[in-house]
Design a protein around this ligand. Structure first.
Ligand code: FE2
Length: 201
């Protein structure tokens, strides 16, 4: 009933711009809340030591819409395929099964920083799309919305068309990976809140 009332209200006032969802459609985005820990930190680890695959660590800063001021307390949720290119839930996994088991949350610190350690994902088994990591942003008092996927500059499946069609939501998601002295892939991506995000306010 509550939902119906809200829908009717939104239908009535949508012409003046209210109730339009930030970011537009966001398929399965609500799954980000399934199993979300009470306490979130700016750093997290998605893959257990037993997970097959090459180790990778991605970090960056999330900025306010001005692209300069660090945004503290922003939740970044990420999920990706395993080394076989599958979103395979763990046997005991109760939540977010469609996102597989390589999923996790961060909340930016006072400097707007985030960091996650995981394995490098593989492309889907059909090899039709470049390997990617799905990110979803949740800011306080705003609905969750997706930003451009993380993709990797050295991925042979990443085409010119992909680059041209990129919406650059939150800024470009294409990152350059380099291996550090421990053999870990290291990547950096900064994110600007609201950048190229429809209905952002
Ligand atoms: Fe995907």
């Amino acid at each position: 009933m509550k939902k119906l009332t809200l829908t009717l209200m939104c239908t009535a006032i949508i012409s003046v711009g209210y109730c339009q969802k930030i970011g537009g459609g966001c398929e399965d985005c609500e799954l980000m809340f399934e199993g979300i820990p009470e306490q979130l930190h700016w750093q997290t680890t998605l893959a257990s030591p037993k997970e097959e695959g090459e180790r990778m660590m991605i970090s960056g800063t999330i900025y306010q819409k001005d692209g300069k001021t660090p945004a503290a307390g922003v939740i970044l949720y990420v999920y990706h395929t395993d080394v076989k290119g599958e979103y395979k839930p763990a046997a005991a996994q109760k939540h977010g099964r469609r996102h597989g088991h390589l999923r996790g949350w961060m909340k930016t610190d006072a400097q707007g920083r985030y960091q996650f350690s995981t394995i490098r994902p593989a492309a889907y088994p059909n090899q039709r799309f470049a390997a990617h990591i799905h990110p979803i942003i949740k800011e306080s008092k705003k609905n969750e919305y997706w930003i451009d996927e993380y993709q990797f500059e050295d991925d042979p499946l990443l085409t010119q068309k992909d680059l041209q069609n990129a919406q650059n939501r939150g800024g470009s998601g294409i990152i350059k990976l380099t291996k550090n002295e421990k053999g870990i892939w290291i990547g950096k991506r900064d994110i600007t809140l609201g950048k190229n995000i429809p209905n952002y306010y």
